[in-house]
Design a protein around this ligand. Structure first.
Ligand SMILES: Cc1cc2nc3c(=O)[nH]c(=O)nc-3n(C[C@H](O)[C@H](O)[C@H](O)COP(=O)(O)OP(=O)(O)OC[C@H]3O[C@@H](n4cnc5c(N)ncnc54)[C@H](O)[C@@H]3O)c2cc1C
Length: 407
């Protein structure tokens, strides 16, 4: 008899798990998500800094899920009863499961820092990104501050001690802002000041990549300050815990990341409300609960690329559970992302040195910009699918070959 598989969340981690197992007769799948449409977050900087219609980053998946023979519940999970293998939603629906995959997002806690929600802008979700576009398109002169709030993580799993979830969107924000101001011929009327709560900017990359980004920042007259932990944002300043402040006419921030209340209410989260799993993505205490994506405590940095990698491990684990002969992929975290920069340019960042391996490269240009556009389009047109594994493998090989050629 098919096993009841429930997937919470239809973002990168949830959808990858779903598509991996959708036609597998060993599973009867239920997907739960409160959103009417899924959101393609890596495309949000184009909404925030280039005025792209936010609807182009959203896609409705109910019919796709149902066409695959699965059930979709358009509600938010509010409690998991892990002892009895069932969960309930905010609307009171109860669902039982044999296996549960938690792939809901980490909460972006805009309220954690005084004044941030009211006085700062963000490209981090599809509600805030269009508001940022309204603000930046009307910007005429003054000081722009761009940075991350400090986040902290639980202690049940062993992860790097980094204080920002991922500073890629900060990189996109500073270069795209610079570009926009140049296009409007007002770059000389603006200062762009970037700050990070870390000892170094881009904690997850090594020196080659960091120097390359630093060099570009220098060329574009973008300043950088380290160890700036935001305490408060007002309409005219960003105030830091060390007593200093930046004057700021426009503040753009990544807020604090925290896990989800429902994990704490269900006694299955860590101190920071994330889901603690081992490297096989299995919950440390409940062997039929798995995690994939930002809400998984082990995911560091918080990247869609890792959510997908984890979902592949989860899918293999589940297939093995039902008796299939599969090899479970090893978890080898790495950063692989395409950071939008100028109008048609982007940087491919591919690095894993800080995660225990040896690759570290950043390479920018026009074809990288085209690759980003093609990737976003592919993801949206295929209803949230990622390019095939073989394609990713060849892509990485090509980057390594071309990068070596460039050096
Ligand atoms: C501006 C920006 C640019 C980025 N660029 C890149 C990039 O270039 N490359 C990259 O790898 N990563 C990038 N990221 C990071 C990437 O978007 C995230 O790491 C990724 O979306 C995480 O996937 P996920 O499946 O964990 O969560 P999400 O994709 O956020 O999806 C989670 C889903 O869970 C649902 N959910 C939430 N709460 C509940 C609940 N209680 N019950 C049921 N469902 C729930 C949500 O509605 C949502 O649909 C970027 C992020 C941002 C903000």
């Amino acid at each position: 008899m098919a096993k009841k598989l429930v997937i919470i969340g239809w973002g990168f981690g949830g959808l990858r798990t779903f598509y991996n197992l959708a036609w597998n007769k060993n599973f009867e799948i239920t997907l739960i998500d409160p959103r009417k449409k899924s959101s393609m977050k890596p495309a949000l900087p184009e909404v925030a800094f280039d005025g792209k219609d936010v609807e182009h980053t959203r896609f409705d998946l109910r019919s796709v899920i149902e066409w695959h023979g699965a059930r979709f519940i358009n509600e938010a999970v509010s409690k998991i009863d892990a002892e009895n293998n069932k969960l309930s939603t905010d609307k009171g629906t109860e669902v039982s499961y044999d296996y549960l995959v938690v792939a809901a997002w980490a909460k972006k806690d805009f309220g954690a820092i005084k004044g941030l929600e009211e006085n700062a802008y963000s490209m981090c979700d599809d509600v805030h990104a269009p508001k940022l576009w309204e603000a930046i398109k009307n910007f005429k002169w003054g000081k722009i501050s761009i940075g991350s709030a400090k986040s902290s993580w639980g202690t049940r799993v062993d992860i790097p001690d980094w204080v920002a979830p991922c500073e890629g969107p900060i990189g996109e924000a500073m270069f795209m802002t610079d570009n926009l101001l140049r296009e409007k011929w007002i770059r000389d009327k603006a200062e762009i000041n970037v700050f990070t709560p870390g000892d170094i900017f881009f904690e997850d990359v090594w020196d080659d990549a960091r120097w390359a980004v630093g060099g570009l920042m220098g060329q574009r007259n973008i300043s950088l300050s380290m160890n700036k932990v935001t305490k408060e944002v007002t309409d005219k300043a960003v105030k830091f815990e060390d007593g200093t402040e930046f004057e700021s006419d426009l503040t753009i921030m990544i807020p604090v990341y925290i896990g989800q209340q429902f994990l704490i209410d269900s006694w299955i989260g860590d101190e920071k409300w994330f889901l603690p799993t081992d490297k096989g993505m299995r919950h440390l205490d409940y062997k039929n609960i798995f995690g994939a994506g930002d809400l998984n405590a082990i995911t560091m940095p918080k990247l869609g690329h890792l959510a997908v990698m984890e979902a592949d491990i989860v899918s293999a684990q589940l297939r093995k559970e039902v008796g299939e002969n599969v090899t479970i992929p090893e978890y080898k975290p790495e950063v692989l992302c395409i950071m939008g920069m100028l109008k048609n340019e982007a940087a491919i960042v591919y690095t894993d040195v800080k995660l225990g391996w040896k690759t570290d490269m950043v390479w920018y240009g026009k074809w990288q910009g085209l690759t980003k556009k093609m990737f976003d389009l592919y993801n949206i047109k295929t209803n949230g699918k990622m390019p095939p594994k073989f394609g990713e493998h060849m892509f990485k090989k090509a980057i390594k070959a071309f990068w070596a050629g460039k050096k």
